[in-house]
Design a protein around this ligand. Structure first.
Ligand code: CP
Length: 310
């Protein structure tokens, strides 16, 4: 079985740091990587909507000199005829050197990895996890703050269904001196298993609150999230909770001058467009950083090098 990345624990802390170093080298010397994946093919299998993750994987492979095969939407592949994830993975392994897969079912990427003969990257499985978004987040924090430790990190919004939050907590819990402030309505709190694995077992301090304005002034990073409509069983609950938090220029006045505002995107209403011009807004930098980290990950899983590593 080829090495796959399904969740953040599939990567060691040293590998996370190495991926960030590679991404920095790609940013500094893109031409040195332009042929690194020549004659290699990435298959993007997206059975759930995506703009950033799919396009950044595809842009990443093109910028590495490789090619892309793409399935978008369950109805455009034989999944619509009832083909299993396992058979899809075995089939696509015949055509591609590496697979990036998004699926609405938790665990689908893991099933694909067990059946594929090429590396599988989880591009988001239901409400479970989204490790490559975490790679984008880590590089953004390291670039903005110059470090990944000794920070107070606020996570705000849908912390229950927000898979990017689960993966980020897992990754950041490996760095020293962190404190988390978990800001959500009661019904959208971080699941107990995530708190237990990422925070309690490691003795990492955290507080939980429903009030963003009370804590915004304490934060080095504010990671906003969208209320995940597609994971709700009941539309009424979604409508009641969707606007629980809206970050506005008024609220930003209470924050530190060196706050970094992040969001995995897409945003709906939780960050006012007026905040985009605030120099503390980092969410579009996150988008770009995601492409560089996916380039680094593709290289790592294919055992290829470029730039100063060649
Ligand atoms: N952040 C993220 O996963 O965005 P997409 O759903 O557009 O891929």
């Amino acid at each position: 079985m080829a090495r796959s990345v399904i969740d953040v624990p599939d990567l060691t802390k040293e590998e996370l740091d190495q991926l960030m170093d590679t991404a920095e080298d790609i940013i500094a010397r893109p031409d040195d990587y332009a042929d690194a994946c020549r004659r290699k093919k990435l298959a993007t299998l997206f059975f759930e909507p995506s703009t950033r993750t799919r396009l950044s994987f595809e842009a990443a492979m093109y910028e590495l000199g490789g090619n892309v095969l793409s399935v978008t939407g369950a109805n455009s592949s034989s999944a619509a005829k009832g083909e299993s994830v396992a058979d899809t993975a075995k089939t696509v392994s015949c055509y591609a050197d590496i697979i990036a897969m998004r699926h609405p079912k938790e665990g689908a990427a893991s099933v694909a990895a067990r059946n594929a003969s090429v590396p599988v990257i989880n591009a988001g499985d239901g409400g479970h996890c989204h490790p490559t978004q975490t790679l984008a987040d880590l590089l953004t924090i390291r670039r903005e703050k110059g470090r990944l430790g000794n920070l107070t990190v606020g996570l705000c919004g849908d912390l229950k269904f927000g898979r990017t939050v689960h993966s980020l907590l897992n990754a950041m819990s490996r760095y020293e001196g962190l404190r988390f402030v978990l800001i959500s309505p009661e019904e959208l709190k971080v699941p107990s298993y995530v708190k237990s694995d990422a925070l309690k077992k490691k003795g990492i301090p955290y507080t939980q609150t429903e009030n963003l304005e009370e804590v915004i002034g304490d934060l080095d990073i504010l990671y906003m999230t969208r209320v995940q409509r597609e994971r709700f069983f009941n539309e009424e609950d979604y409508l009641r909770l969707r606007d629980s938090y809206i970050l506005t220029p008024e609220k930003m006045k209470k924050a530190r001058d060196d706050l970094s505002v992040m969001h995995p995107l897409p945003r709906v209403n939780e960050i006012s467009v007026a905040v985009d011009d605030d120099p503390r807004a980092c969410y579009f930098k996150q988008v770009l950083n995601g492409k560089y980290m996916r380039m680094a990950l593709i290289l790592m899983l294919l055992g290829l090098k470029g730039g100063t590593q060649a």
